[in-house]
Design a protein around this ligand. Structure first.
Ligand code: HEC
Ligand code: HEC
Ligand code: HEC
Length: 319
């Protein structure tokens, strides 16, 4: 159970995105002129530029229901037409899904801009493994998390150790105190007490650095590799943001083949999911590996070892 008094006072804080920290809740307002209107989760995509914060009735509907039932219980149709239906997590998916349909975005001769990609918060798509660029001939698979019945709610809202993680904070981690919310992971029907960290040991050395590390570390390794290849192919470029190095697709760059644009799309898809592979490890690894292989060899499955000396990385001419 949540502590309502604490939750409400947390909700009172309305902050811009850059001010979020692990202790504040956010409320979602849509501004009309200078007046904020509380936006409700209706099952329809929200319109408006100023999504910064939200409140209890964004998700709950006490007056018409007579209890604290969620507004949205129906399945959510993702932009590529796939149904997301995970009970209370449908509420989350109304906001946390990709705003584009990959089949419209990844086409031959597409012109990139710095926002090219699924447009933030594509977690519902990632969880069920859909709506990223899937190369012909590559076998993509999903991890068990794709089937978790309450999806987002099971992990992000599992009984909270502290108000800053779990429950209505939805946080999995409090960096300041180095707390991780692993209660949901360790449920008897899931990992049954075996998880000690979110960066839990991967099944394989996905990034091929000779060591099997944590899943999130392996995914970082693959992302770095893909970032280098995309930079070398002039598909993304470096940007300095508040002193930090960030990367973005190259403005007005026309990409002749969908397969090359797809590598940029998949890179953004994994970056913007922000779970570093936890949401759906197999799908994440598949998207990154097929994109890396394609950029290195022209084949999403990679060329046979004999024709691919590891010391020489050749970029294909397809871009
Ligand atoms: C982002 C959406 C969202 C917001 C905002 C939100 N809740 Fe919830 N709330 C949920 C979900 C999802 C559940 C789990 C429902 C379920 O499991 O069926 C839940 C469950 C609850 C429950 C039932 C807890 C239980 O153990 O059964 C209460 C009470 C509650 N919320 C109160 C609040 C209050 C008060 C606020 C504002 C301070 C609030 N909620 C804001 C999504 C939200
Ligand atoms: C009304 C739209 C909306 C709903 C419903 C919603 N979220 Fe969010 N959520 C947002 C926005 C906007 C942000 C801030 C932008 C971002 O970080 O992507 C956010 C951020 C988050 C974050 C990151 C917080 C941080 O510290 O950056 C998590 C985790 C999260 N939401 C989980 C959930 C879960 C789980 C649910 C369902 C119980 C849910 N959200 C429902 C809109 C929503
Ligand atoms: C299997 C458990 C699990 C499920 C299911 C799950 N998440 Fe996550 N989520 C995580 C973990 C673990 C992280 C990474 C947290 C970290 O490393 O800080 C994460 C990260 C996130 C983030 C980025 C948070 C940040 O601070 O940057 C958001 C947003 C998010 N999840 C939303 C969702 C939504 C929405 C759903 C449902 C569509 C969902 N998650 C389903 C475990 C889960």
């Amino acid at each position: 159970m949540i502590k309502l008094r604490k939750a409400s006072s947390q909700f009172a804080a309305t902050r811009a995105r850059s001010c979020y920290n692990n202790k504040t809740m956010f409320s979602l307002y849509i501004f009309v002129g200078t007046k904020p209107l509380i936006a409700y989760v209706t099952g329809e995509p929200a319109d408006g530029n100023y999504f910064s914060s939200f409140a209890c009735f964004t998700c709950h509907q006490p007056h018409s229901n007579g209890n604290f039932q969620l507004r949205v219980r129906n399945a959510v149709v993702l932009e590529d037409g796939t149904l997301f239906d995970r009970g209370p997590a449908n509420t989350c998916a109304t906001c946390h899904h990709s705003r584009s349909d990959v089949s419209e975005e990844v086409v031959d001769d597409v012109e990139l801009d710095s926002h090219y990609g699924p447009h933030h918060s594509n977690q519902a798509d990632m969880i069920i493994g859909t709506n990223a660029y899937e190369y012909d001939g590559y076998q993509y698979t999903n991890s068990a998390h794709a089937l978790a019945p309450e999806a987002c709610v099971h992990c992000h809202m599992s009984a909270s150790l502290h108000e800053s993680v779990g429950g209505h904070s939805w946080n999995m981690r409090n960096e300041e105190h180095d707390w991780e919310n692993i209660i949901g992971c360790n449920a008897a029907e899931c990992h049954d007490g075996e998880i000690t960290t979110l960066d839990t040991e991967a099944e394989d050395d996905f990034d091929g650095d000779g060591e099997t590390e944590g899943i999130q570390t392996e995914i970082h390794g693959l992302l770095e590799e893909l970032t280098e290849l995309l930079l070398a192919a002039n598909l993304i470029e470096e940007e300095i943001e508040e002193g930090d190095t960030a990367y973005a697709p190259v403005e007005e760059r026309v990409v002749s083949t969908a397969d090359s644009a797809g590598a940029v799309y998949n890179w953004a898809f994994v970056e913007e999911d922000r779970s570093d592979g936890v949401h759906n490890t197999n799908y994440t690894v598949g998207l990154l590996k097929s994109s890396i292989n394609f950029l290195e060899t022209g084949d999403p499955n990679g060329a046979p070892a004999a024709t691919k000396p590891s010391s020489i990385r050749k970029l294909v001419s397809a871009h």
